[in-house]
Design a protein around this ligand. Structure first.
Ligand code: PNS
Length: 172
């Protein structure tokens, strides 16, 4: 039987526990899952592409059928090169739906054979986004439990110059 291969694309700036929850779910329903980080020269990410791939590789090592890669260009072309039949995306709330539907339908127009599969992360992560994690960390709040420990540490050194969020709050 043909192997089911799926791509989970995103910016992952940074990787959150919501992303990891989705990767775990995806790893159970696809034979192979490729987590693909978009190389986007137009965006100004907090984490470099090298950092993001390094973090992802460390975190996905526990799932033997998951690997991380960087991609550019059209997602449908990348999926075709990898013989992938599905794109995996997470939907947390209704507010995600419009953006996700637009992307899914555009990808379907570009390649009708590629299916988009939506999965819901655990409720505990339904409000977690990379954007909010960065905002909270920048303003000295704690993101413990929302991102992997390695991301928490790197956020602290990038944003707070090595001081922990708690220490920063105390010194205010
Ligand atoms: O994590 P993000 O930033 O919401 O991920 C967006 C991503 C990477 C999935 C999307 O921007 C993408 O697929 N870009 C590749 C370019 C492409 O194929 N665009 C046309 C289809 S929408």
């Amino acid at each position: 039987m043909k192997k089911s291969i799926a791509i989970y694309p995103g910016s992952f700036d940074p990787l959150t526990n919501g992303h990891l929850d989705l990767i775990e779910r995806g790893s159970k329903i696809f034979d192979e899952l490729i987590v693909a980080i978009l190389r986007n020269p137009e965006k100004d990410p907090l984490f470099t592409l090298e950092e993001r791939i390094q973090i992802l590789e460390a975190e996905i090592a526990r799932w033997p059928n998951v690997r991380a890669e960087v991609f550019d260009g059209l997602l449908v072309d990348y999926a075709r090169r990898h013989d992938a039949g599905a794109v995996l995306r997470g939907i947390r709330a209704i507010s995600d739906y419009e953006y996700e539907l637009q992307m899914a339908l555009m990808n379907r127009k570009l390649d009708p054979r590629l299916e988009t599969v939506f999965m819901m992360p655990a409720e505990a992560y339904s409000y977690v986004s990379s954007r909010l994690v960065k905002e909270v960390a920048r303003l000295g709040g704690s993101v413990r439990g929302l991102v992997p420990a390695i991301v928490e540490q790197r956020l602290e050194s990038k944003i707070n110059g090595g001081k922990s969020a708690a220490a920063k709050r105390k010194s205010k």
